[in-house]
Ligand binder design. Structure first.
Ligand code: GDD
Ligand code: MG
Length: 342
């Protein structure tokens, strides 16, 4: 059968101050009525049976995640799996995989981040169908996005020979290159961005974990003797990209015919938001006079701006961010500096 895991665990620090540890971005409605998690679940249910969908999230968010998905997933209490602490994507996938493998050791499994925006759902569903075929044949399937810039926050997929319609064998995978490498990869024209979504056969994936992440595999093998979540705090923090994908031989890539954005920054929300005649994206209680090409967001009372351009202003009840649109990535530095202050 076909199963899906939705990962809803990151803290989305690049959207500070809106997105905090207590309310990460996938649980927020960003410019729509549904939250990113709800639209992800809706989309995933179009390509995977709703009874085969599970969500892995941090213990602190389980209540909110269940509340958001009640009515969307058939048995929300068992479908939402809690991690005691965040140990990154590889352990989270293994946690969600346990009940699937018990039901079907050769299950075809899709893994989906809960915080992406994808508009063309029909095309996304076609890509999933193609990926499921390749996965059944033993390929670990990634989804390639045509790259637009030398982004250092993404993984890069080196396309090889075509594998029939819409698919490629992958020559190599480079997770989060430095700037210089990213520029070279982009210039070669042979690379796609990794979307962070994967489709694989459970047994193929677990064999790879046994070889490339033996410590995690030992922990995983102990399931049945004790609940997996028990030893969770003691296992290493590893992403699926560094831990497994980068090391695989048989990776395939399905070319994304759909538009995709991981909404990783205020800049992305500005770029994709609905702009008024002056090029401003405005949400909440905002008065903007003679401003242009800016993003203004207020959740905590009135925000007034006059005569500014190319600016991001985000106001919440207890924190405010101001920076030029071009410096949106510096929110990471802000969060880092705030953490140091305690
Ligand atoms: N449940 C759970 N637990 N989910 C997690 C955890 C965790 O400990 N850590 C991350 N996630 C979720 C995040 O919420 C996100 O939806 C997804 O897993 C991916 O994690 P990120 O931390 O956002 O990864 P990334 O953005 O650095 O990189 C990945 O995504 C890029 C595309 O957005 C990689 O796959 C890159 O190669 C890729 O280009
Ligand atoms: Mg991400």
């Amino acid at each position: 059968g076909r199963y899906a895991l939705i990962l809803a665990g990151g803290s989305g620090t690049r959207l500070w101050p809106l997105s905090r540890t207590l309310l990460p971005k996938q649980l927020l409605a960003l410019g729509g009525e549904a939250t990113l998690l709800q639209s992800t679940a809706e989309r995933v249910a179009k390509a995977f049976a709703p009874t085969g969908i599970a969500v892995v999230t941090n213990e602190e968010h389980v209540f909110e995640v269940r509340a958001q998905l009640r009515g969307q997933l058939p048995d929300v209490d068992s479908a939402v799996v809690a991690e005691p602490v965040g140990r990154n994507t590889l352990p989270a996938i293994l946690l969600g995989l346990a009940p699937i493998v018990a039901a079907d050791p050769q299950a075809v499994v899709g893994v989906f981040p809960a915080d992406h925006r994808i508009d063309d759902v029909a095309s996304w569903v076609r890509a999933m169908d193609r990926a499921a075929e390749l996965a059944r044949d033993g390929w670990f399937v990634t989804f390639g996005i045509p790259p637009k810039a030398p982004e250092t926050g993404y993984g890069y997929i080196h396309r090889g020979e075509a594998l029939g319609e819409g698919g490629y064998a992958v020559l190599g995978f480079t997770e989060k290159p430095d700037r210089e490498t990213a520029e070279a990869l982009l210039a070669s024209g042979e690379y796609s961005w990794n979307s962070g979504m994967f489709v694989f056969r459970a047994d193929v994936f677990l064999d790879a974990v046994a070889v490339h992440a033996p410590v995690l595999h030992d922990w995983w093998q102990a399931r049945g003797k004790r609940p997996l979540a028990d030893g969770y705090a003691g296992i290493p923090d590893v992403s699926v990209d560094y831990g497994v994908v980068e090391k695989l031989d048989r990776i395939a890539m399905v070319e994304a015919g759909f538009d995709w954005d991981d909404l990783g920054s205020w800049e992305a929300l500005y770029r994709l938001g609905r702009r008024d005649a002056s090029g401003c994206v405005i949400q909440g209680d905002v008065l903007a006079l003679d401003c242009s090409n800016s993003l203004f967001f207020s959740q905590g009372g009135a925000l007034a701006v006059a005569g500014v351009k190319d600016l991001i202003v985000i106001q919440t009840k207890d924190a405010t961010l101001v920076c030029p649109v071009t410096e949106a990535q510096r929110v990471k530095d802000v969060v880092g500096a705030l953490k140091k202050q305690g």
